[in-house]
Each structure stands twice: as structure tokens, then as C-alpha cells.
Design a protein around this ligand. Structure first.
Ligand code: GLC
Length: 448
């Protein structure tokens, strides 16, 4: 199909199968902010008032903005560590990526079970991670002196993973001086000139030409002056990559999937559209050296998050924040590998699945289960540990020939339908285990 640069024509673009099937991607926040790598880990987005959040921003990639708020913890940290006169842009001189091996990253992401990778090409600070002909504030002129986006795209594609690009469309702090400090600021402390809107447009076109991404993941919004131009950008993109997608942060009425971030926009039910949930392993996207075990999701929590999102029709875009030298902190690696080990055994219940009639349920004894469906099977994943010897689901009847097995081992599991209750007996060796998946074939007909 050929897309015209009209909103009407673009509407015909649907969510490609690869993205529906993929379920799990890796987000990478890497930039000048990875040099100071510092923020106050106060909690998750959605738990604080705007003012409180912005002054104590746990997002380390917001360092420059928080630094502009005098008296903030980041401002204090900066003055003590680098001195009052040390301008943010100077971090470019300290960013060397000297230990960076993109193949090693790609292998780790693959081992983790991710199917697509989305790095920041330009975050709010404005520093570009590819050699852009539109600015000198980029990685070939300053900093690592390598095409980080180009090299990474090759490494991940070599392993059969898809590649998308994050770009901060609405915010570019090279063009504004005031801090975003309170509710509403983010709407107007932005570059509003035609010059900037052309700049952002040209850069996206450049990214398409150079790397042909599979996802255009824009952030915050788009300069009002350039919003109508996006029809041309999207048509150009889809005509070259019909399996490409755009997210929903452009402030226009067109998107392929919606985004949720920490507590903002998370779905408690199955929505009617495709969505993607993003978050860091801790409270930040950019690497925050202050974060430790207590701020980081455990492998078990990570598994539960993925399962919950997928049972509601979403994808998980899990962020990692590499160090400035190009290494990935041990704690992040350990989490990715843990999730990868679970997916290796239980991926059948995740990849290529579709939602069932309902996402899951809370059983009378408090245990939570989630459903996914693939071919002729229904997968039932237990969140948390299996505590009891029995799973009891009220109102589910199985056909006589239904088989239930433990996905990981293929071991058959006994059950009985008693009145309105389905009672599945849990083999002893599964007790206390986390992330157990039961596979029911054929898919049962719904609850009565
Ligand atoms: C946000 C933040 C940002 C992060 C992101 C990820 O809006 O401003 O720092 O990159 O979204 O979803």
C-alpha cells in the first residue's frame, strides 16, 4: 500500500505482526547525563506532584534541568563535585565510551530475550549520538568520536533484532535556558521557532535515511509549528518501511501504539489498542550511580511485570542505563540475564501470544494468575510464588480431553472440575517456585 501524506491515508497503517509478536524490547538511555549519572531516587513517576518531582527528579537523564533549579539536590551535588562554573555541555569532553563493545551489548540483549532495541538518539539535552549534518553538538565532533547509533544498529540487526530510535522532539535544552520546574512548564518552556521545528524534522528524516529504523519513538511532543509536516514524515517512513511504527508522543492524532511510563498510563484492563509500557530497572532511565539493590526490580518482579503487561496486550520496553564508559552495570546485567533464563524456558507463553478473553484473575486465596493464548493453548502464569498445593478457579470448566501440563517440564498436571470449580493440583516440586506457567490445551471456553 502506498501512503499519501494525509492523516486519512496514514490511518490505514496497522500494527505490524512482528511488533505484536515481539512483546519485549530494550530501551537505552545513554548521553552526556551518563557522565555525572546522578539523581535522587525518590520513587516512581506518578507518585509525586510536578514541583516535588522536578526538584528532586529521579530521572538522571534530566540532570541538566534539575541543575537549572537552584538549591535542588542535583544543583548541590554538581557544585560540590564539578564546581559552580562547570557547564553541562562540558560533560561531552568527559564522555569517552572507551570500553564500549556494541556486539557485547547486542548479545546481552539477545540473551535477555529482547526482540527490539531502542536507543536515545537525542535526549532533552540535545546531544546527538549519530553524526548529524545539522549540528556540531554530536558524537563525531565531541565525546566518543564514534557513530553510536550506526554501530549499535548493525550489531543488533546482525543478531536478528529490530532497531528503533528515540528522539526528543519537543524538548531541546540547547534552545531554552529556563528550567522546567512546575506543573505546566513543559507545555511552554520549549523551542517554539520554525528554525527548531525544521531542525527536528530534518533530524528525523536523517535518521530514517541513515538507519531505516523500525520504530520512530518520539518524546514529549512536537513543535506546534511543525505538526502538519508530520504527515510527510510518516508517509515517507511508512512507504520505505511498511512494517515500521510510530509511537503516540507527537501531539497529533496519529499513532500505531500508545505508551505508558511507570504509573502513568498503565492499563488495569485489556485496552482496545496496542500499547507499550516503559520503565527503568530502577527509578531512572539514565544511569544513576546512587541507585542500588533497594531501588531495582528483582528478577521476579521483572517476570511478573512482563507477564502482566503481555496478558493485557502490551509490550514491555525495559530500559537500561549504561555507564559513560560503555559498560552495563552488573546489577542491570544480572536482571536481564535472569529474565532471559526464565524466557528461555517459558517464552512460549509470551512471544507471539495474544490476549485471552480476560487478562487474569485474583483467586480467593489471594494468588494472582495471568492468561495468554497461542495457537490452541491457553497459558496460565502464576504471579509470585505458588504457595498452595492447589489452584482453584471458580467458573471455569474444561472439556474432557483438556490437558494441563507444566510448560517448563512438560509434566502433566492433574485437575478436576467440581461443580463450578476447577481444581488444579500443584506438584510438590513447584511449591515456592516463581513464574510457573501451566499450559492448557485446547483453550477452554469462557467462564459460565
Ligand atoms: C519521558 C522523560 C524521559 C524518558 C522518557 C521515557 O517523558 O522525559 O526522560 O526518556 O520519557 O519514556
Amino acid at each position: 500500500m502506498f501512503y499519501e501524506p494525509t492523516w486519512e491515508s496514514l490511518r490505514h497503517h496497522g500494527v505490524p505482526k512482528w511488533y505484536e509478536d515481539a512483546k519485549f524490547g530494550i530501551f537505552i538511555h545513554w548521553g552526556l547525563y551518563s557522565v555525572p549519572a546522578w539523581a535522587t531516587p525518590i520513587g516512581e513517576l506518578g507518585e509525586f506532584s510536578a514541583e516535588e518531582w522536578l526538584k528532586n527528579n529521579p530521572y538522571a537523564e534530566w540532570y541538566q534541568n534539575t541543575l537549572r533549579i537552584e538549591g535542588s539536590p542535583t544543583w548541590r551535588h554538581h557544585v560540590e563535585t564539578y564546581g559552580e562554573d562547570f557547564e553541562y555541555e562540558r560533560f561531552a569532553q568527559l564522555w569517552k565510551a572507551e570500553k564500549w563493545d556494541p556486539d557485547e551489548w547486542a548479545e546481552l540483549f539477545k540473551r535477555a530475550g529482547a526482540k527490539y532495541i531502542i536507543p536515545t538518539t537525542k535526549h532533552h539535552e540535545g546531544f546527538c549520538l549519530w553524526p548529524s549534518k545539522y549540528t556540531d553538538f554530536c558524537v563525531m565532533v565531541k565525546g566518543p568520536n564514534r557513530d553510536l547509533i550506526g554501530e549499535l544498529s548493525k550489531s543488533v540487526r546482525n543478531l536478528g533484532l529490530r532497531f528503533g530510535v528515540y528522539y526528543s522532539g519537543a524538548l531541546d535544552w540547547r534552545f531554552t535556558k529556563e528550567p522546567i520546574a512546575k506543573e505546566g512548564d513543559i507545555k511552554y518552556i520549549r523551542p517554539h521557532t520554525y528554525e527548531y521545528s525544521d531542525y527536528a524534522y530534518n533530524q528525523f528524516m536523517e535518521l530514517i535515511e541513515l538507519y531505516m529504523p523500525d520504530i520512530l519513538w518520539n518524546d514529549i511532543g512536537w513543535p506546534e509549528k511543525g505538526r502538519e509536516d508530520l504527515k510527510y514524515l510518516f508517509a515517507y517512513f511508512y512507504n520505505r518501511n511498511p512494517n515500521g511504527l510510530v509511537n503516540d508522543r507527537w501531539e497529533v492524532n496519529h499513532w500505531d501504539f500508545r505508551t505508558a511510563e511507570y504509573k502513568v498510563g498503565y492499563h488495569e484492563e485489556i485496552p482496545t489498542f496496542k500499547w507499550e509500557f516503559c520503565r527503568g530497572l530502577g527509578y531512572s532511565f539514565g544511569y544513576n550511580q546512587v541507585e542500588g539493590e533497594e531501588h531495582t526490580l528483582t528478577v521476579e518482579q521483572l517476570i511478573d511485570t512482563l507477564v502482566d503487561v503481555v496478558s493485557k496486550g502490551g509490550n514491555l520496553l525495559l530500559n537500561i542505563g549504561p555507564r559513560a564508559d560503555g559498560t552495563i552495570p552488573e546489577i542491570q546485567k544480572e536482571r536481564l540475564e535472569g529474565l532471559g533464563r526464565w524466557l528461555e524456558k517459558n517464552g512460549e507463553a509470551i512471544y507471539e501470544t495474544r490476549v485471552w478473553e480476560r487478562y487474569g484473575e485474583k483467586l480467593e486465596d489471594g494468588m494472582e494468575i495471568r492468561y495468554t493464548k497461542r495457537d490452541n493453548s491457553l497459558y496460565m502464569t502464576v504471579l509470585g510464588k505458588i504457595l498452595k498445593g492447589e489452584i482453584v478457579i471458580t467458573g471455569m470448566r474444561l472439556e474432557e480431553d483438556t490437558k494441563i501440563e507444566v510448560l517448563e517440564t512438560g509434566e502433566p498436571v492433574k485437575y478436576i472440575n467440581q461443580g463450578k470449580e476447577l481444581k488444579i493440583s500443584i506438584p510438590d516440586e513447584l511449591r515456592d517456585k516463581h513464574g510457573i506457567v501451566l499450559k492448557l490445551s485446547p483453550v477452554p471456553t469462557a467462564k459460565e
